[in-house]
Design a protein around this ligand. Structure first.
Ligand code: ADP
Ligand code: MG
Length: 240
């Protein structure tokens, strides 16, 4: 579903991604871990062209998104993204946040989008919050709205960039539970996370990135219990 070949990304002289190759199958859940500044967010953002790769190929559902004629709108419909800081529109109600994009892109009528918003809010445990504004929600509730908003586009895959890092500890579980449900329903997911327990439980594979390269790429039990590379060992010894 996602094929990345020799991806490089620099900002000026700063070479952030130094040849990432990775293949993610439909329905796979892949966690991306690694030290701060190692290029995890840049990698994720390249997958939906929030960052333009410097070189390399990214092929999503058989189409090169790095080709000159790639359709960014269609890509962003197919690839949902959830950010650390929610990025909800503060001047719109929860329901309006969820219905804005699908209606604007003419994927559905306002009535259909409203009905879908209620379904999605029920799914993330916030059925009664449709008419409130984001600033009346807790961080964990905001993040669940952000997930519902991404799902409103009916994406084929979802990218999560540290979705629980900005949350108070007691909010983390509710967000992870929503993500777990999604994974169990077969959603293809790439998750940058520091939640090692969650990565171990939910992922099919864990990718350890350091210095803009994939150092180790394994099923979670193997990577966490028997890391092969010194850099993986050093990282895990600090976070586990
Ligand atoms: P991580 O998510 O693993 O913490 P990032 O991908 O955010 O790492 O950042 C990797 C490196 O790229 C850092 O050195 C960061 O300063 C740099 N970087 C990220 N985004 C930008 C940007 N938009 N402009 C310039 N440098 C950036
Ligand atoms: Mg990051």
């Amino acid at each position: 579903m996602i094929k990345v070949q020799n991806l490089h990304k620099s900002y000026g002289d700063n070479q952030v991604l130094n040849g990432i190759s990775e293949h993610i199958k439909a329905g796979e859940v892949v966690s991306v871990i690694g030290p701060s500044g190692s290029g995890k967010s840049t990698f994720l953002r390249c997958l939906n062209l929030l960052e333009q790769p410097t070189s390399g190929d990214i092929i999503i559902e058989g189409e090169s998104i790095t080709a000159a004629n790639a359709c960014v709108d269609k890509l962003r419909q197919n690839v949902g993204m959830v950010f650390q800081n929610f990025n909800l529109f503060p001047h719109l109600t929860v329901k309006q946040n969820i219905t804005l994009a699908p209606v604007k892109l003419k994927l559905m009528s306002q009535e259909q989008a409203d009905a879908q918003a209620h379904e999605l809010l029920a799914k993330v445990g916030l059925a009664e919050k449709a008419e409130v504004f984001p600033n009346s929600l807790s961080g964990g509730q905001k993040q669940r709205v952000a997930i519902a908003r991404a799902l409103a586009m009916k994406p084929d895959m979802m990218l999560f960039d540290e979705p629980t890092s900005a949350l108070d500890p007691e909010m983390v579980g509710d967000v992870l539970d929503v993500m777990k449900d999604l994974a169990q329903q077969g959603m293809t997911m790439v998750i940058v996370t520091h939640e090692m327990g969650f990565a171990r439980e939910v992922s099919d594979r864990v990718v350890f990135i350091d210095g803009g390269v994939i150092v180790e790429n394994k099923p979670p039990a193997e990577l966490f219990d028997n890391p092969q590379h010194a850099r993986t060992q050093a990282f895990l010894s600090k976070v586990l």
